[in-house]
Ligand binder design. Sequence first.
Ligand code: BGC
Length: 783
Amino acid sequence: MRRILIVFTLGIAVLMSGTAAAQNVPQLKADNINDVVKAMTLQEKACLLVGFSNGVDYSGLITGPSPSGKELVDGAAGETMSINRLGIPNTVVADGPAGLRINPTRPGDSKTYYCTGFPVSTLLASTWNTALVTEVGKAMGNEVLEYGVDVQLAPAMNIHRNPLCGRNFEYYSEDPFLAGYISAAMVNGVQSNGVGTSVKHFAANSQETNRTADDARMSQRALREIYLKGFEIVVKNAQPWTIMSSYNKINGTFTQESRDLLTTILRDEWGFKGMVMTDWTWKRNTAAQVNAGNDLMMPGNKDQIDEIIAQVQAGKLSESDVDICVKRVLEYIVKTPRFKGYKFSNNPDLKAHAEITRNSAAEGIVLLKNDNQTLPLKTGQQNIALFGVTSYDFIAGGNGSGYVNKAYVVDLLQGMTNAGFGINDQLKDLYKNYMSYQKSLRSFNKGDYWDFLVKNLIPEMTVDKNVIEVMAKTSELAVITIGRNAGEGADRKIDNDFNLTDNERSLISNVSNAFHAAGKKVVVILNIGGVVETASWKMLPDAVLLAWQAGQEGGNTVADVLKGTVNPSGKLPMTFPLNYMDHPSSLNFPYYYSENMLPNNGDNEHLQKNVDYTNYSEDIWIGYRYFNTAGKEVSYPFGYGMSYTTFVYSDAKITPSGDGFTAVVTIKNTGKVAGKEVVELYIAAPKGKLEKPACELKAFAKTKSLAPGESQTLMMKISTYDLASFDEDTSAWETDAGQYSARFGASVEDIRATVPFSIKNASSFKAHNVMAPAPGLSLLKLK
Ligand code: BGC
């Protein structure tokens, strides 16, 4: 009976649409959104709030079957619905953080649609160079525009809570301040093309295990200071067109259904003006999502349309809430190139973008060790022994929705050859034969982004000691690449992933022993997307270069740094601990997750720790906030990175200005080659009511390339609000009065200048008392 009623109601709606069409129906324009909302039927409104993907077009409900019956851009993640009657076109959204993800080929079409594989986000954060990240964003956004896409589902900016999160390569940092400003730079770059971004995943999507249902349980302080801060920075500094709510819950509520998060905090407190879309869930409580201010459901499902209509008709969802979301979707649509009728070329300048990739990646490479100036290599060395399977099959980026269908990847062999180095042929042949045999055992389709390379990664070849000895005698130097990959849908493991495999350890130690005995040097290249253990083997080689996953030009980029064409200036955006378990979050992370620990299906009595829920018991003690405050030794500290030259810091000052302070410091290149230096400004707060980290990053800047002897004075701004901590008792950001100190550092542990300053009057910035955890969550205290 009810169904008959709905069908009947829809019938009337369609009938009314017909009549309305005959009258003068408003056609969507930037300045008539309110009129269009008024003219819309409830069914049309519901359809506009629900997207679609894979060519399934529910807009047929309103507009008749879509003309092509397939995706507007092959391989895009989804579309919003069109309503022809009102002049509302479909718009297209596509992944992802390391470049646009669309299908590289199309049936019956000989043209290719490759996109540039830019460096992964973690590498971009390692540049600490916002201007450079904006340039990368401009190039990425140009591909979005020229391939007919309206929104890039990026940047991704979840906090590196734990080194094993499978998607850390897509994210920036363990520090929200760095993540926030790098992300804002990216959004500004992409959006300068007149296309949108979707900053994701809002918020606390810190693990892949049971990612669609895990409940992240944390204090309001940790939520505000660690997990939301970066998003707050990007909203206030870049106004992304859209934000993507995450899959997980926070303190018991799905973020997609949280009005506290999506309206009270995001819009009322931070002033977000754009649209919120869900991450790619099939169906949740759609009415609750609309009510929360989650405007668009992706990828969309017809049931959700029915649910919105039914809930409004039953008086359970107010039509005015629906209208608010509809208005925001329309405000988004009128900004899109598709609405504006932009004629995209399907022909972005991939050559120019490859150049940008190569150069930007070089700035994010981190020199971890360089004894006796092993690097840069002497130019023209002709007999280098190149070890490690990834030297011959470089990993350009991670997997899952962050994978990019690129035309090629330059491996290290190719890159070094291009740079004029000679590679030992015998060893090269050994590896090539081994790898082609290993590849023949795997049915891996390179064109398919979802075909996890992780599972298909070729295991390291066991190189016989005799071979190593021959190499040590006959070649000039050894380079060993250690590779790692990870991807969406799975977290990493401790053994044979965070920790090196026995085979990799033997390779490093056997090669180091043999080459050192022959008076020759060894360089290790880390071609990884996330942190690995380094403390137990880093003493063996002479140099260690952290190349991350440097994009499609990776081999050329690394060769530029090996050769010294580029002086490394990257610094770590996270801590490299001595051991995995040193991170307090490791006590509450699903590193032991196994297939038989399936997520709970609603039986609340038997929820599984770290699968159905995760206690963020480490509270605000993430990364260096913990290590530096607890005085715990690390392998490489946050902010660390070496250079081929040396820098001296002088004339550090901090003076009151505007609503805060201005800090200046002069950096002089005191070495023999040109180079850039990152300055990190950490602030230590006075002892107040709340326990605070020993210091926190509050500003950073990077010099231009300074010639030997050249100086540059850098200026950084800090506001009083930036110095506040979140006090749960007052539900406010509180900046204490008292004596502070500004530490100008080359890393969090390498402070080059300290300047005291004081704040006379405390300040309080009111927020809302929302999203508290259930009582009883135990939290780490350091004192
Ligand atoms: C991922 C998002 C991505 C979306 C669309 C989801 O599974 O979590 O990051 O944007 O798919 O591909």
